[in-house]
Design a protein around this ligand. Structure first.
Ligand SMILES: [Fe+2]
Ligand SMILES: [Fe+2]
Length: 326
């Protein structure tokens, strides 16, 4: 494995000491620095507070200019090109098929929270034909092509995309509990994507890192909105209930996978998809470190999500008569 020195103009280049520090420490430092730049309490608050406006006037966040012609394997650091490309391919296959994901989420939401349903999955007519694409989908659908382009630029080959089959919507006796479990999966997936792209940024520089930053900002945005809205929609959900539901979802028996699937299964599938077996111990350790680094500001921000604050954003929440306040 060859390590490319960090260029002097890299915004995550720190000082002489870190440049000379062992490679692993440098990656950890880059993860901390990226996290403190991108995942801050104030940016999380800002992302959530714009959600009511996005209900009224959905506006796609524009991406900055990307110098695609400058993307080069020499912008990788601390990881070899084949492993990084295997991770890219896994991310491509996990991101697709976004249309199926958005439509199943819309169905879980539409009767309980129509404005949020529209944000994620747009509008459909009575026959189920899509009339308008949701904002979540419009922003997410940029990811697969961007990752595929990176894959081609780094490997010289087109990726063979094998998208997952998204689990279709399954009605349940208790739609509210059903949505809660579905929502946890969505938050977990956005959190996983946030950590993965931040970790990939820690292993890259230049134009390559710029592309990944756009994906990262999108994922943080969606994760924050889903999480915050969920806290408003489920004011009774404490860390305890969340933990209980999570652990139930983690250990869901095989037969129950027909409904929502287990989180453990999702996690395993995701890690296999990301070619985890191919990763070095350092790669594995630094990804776990990223998960830990990102959850900390999220928990701190979560403490600020009081019922009064959330009601000020989305309107008074009335259990049983669910309105979006939008
Ligand atoms: Fe994505
Ligand atoms: Fe996402």
């Amino acid at each position: 494995m060859t390590y490319v020195p960090v260029p002097q103009d890299d915004p995550y280049y720190f000082d002489e000491e870190s440049a000379l520090a062992p490679h692993r420490l440098r990656i950890l430092k880059r993860i901390r620095c990226l996290r403190s730049h991108y995942v801050t309490e104030s940016s999380l608050r800002d992302r959530l507070e714009e959600l009511p406006t996005q209900f009224q006037q959905p506006t796609v966040r524009p991406w900055g200019a990307i110098a695609w012609s400058e993307v080069h394997p020499n912008q990788l650091m601390g990881i070899d090109t084949p492993t990084f490309c295997a991770v890219l391919l896994g991310a491509i296959n996990t991101e697709a098929p976004i249309r199926d994901y958005t439509q199943s989420s819309r169905q879980y939401l539409e009767r309980l929270y129509p404005a949020m349903a529209q944000y994620v999955g747009g509008e459909v007519d009575n026959a189920g034909n899509l009339l308008k694409v949701g904002l979540w989908e419009r922003e997410e659908k940029r990811h697969t092509p961007a990752l595929a382009k990176l894959y081609t630029l780094l490997s010289g080959q087109r990726p063979t995309i094998i998208p997952h089959k998204a689990r279709p919507y399954r009605p349940a006796v208790d739609p509210r509990e059903n949505l809660y479990r579905h929502g946890l999966h969505r938050v977990a997936t956005e959190y996983g994507a946030t950590c993965l792209y931040l970790w990939m940024m820690a292993h890259s520089t230049g134009a390559l890192q710029t592309v990944l930053a756009e994906l990262l900002i999108d994922e943080i945005n969606h994760m924050t909105k889903f999480w915050g809205f969920g806290m408003w929609a489920y004011p009774d959900s404490s860390a305890w209930t969340m933990g209980k539901t999570m652990s139930r979802a983690l250990w869901t028996k095989l037969r129950d996978r027909q409904t929502q699937g287990s989180l453990l299964h999702t996690l395993r599938r995701m890690m296999t998809e990301l070619a985890w077996q191919q990763w070095s111990p350092t790669n594995r350790m630094t990804l776990l470190y990223t998960f830990d680094q990102v959850i900390k500001p999220l928990w701190r921000w979560n403490q600020t999500l009081t019922p009064a604050y959330l009601d000020s954003l989305f309107g008074p929440h009335q259990t049983g008569i669910h309105q979006d306040g939008a």
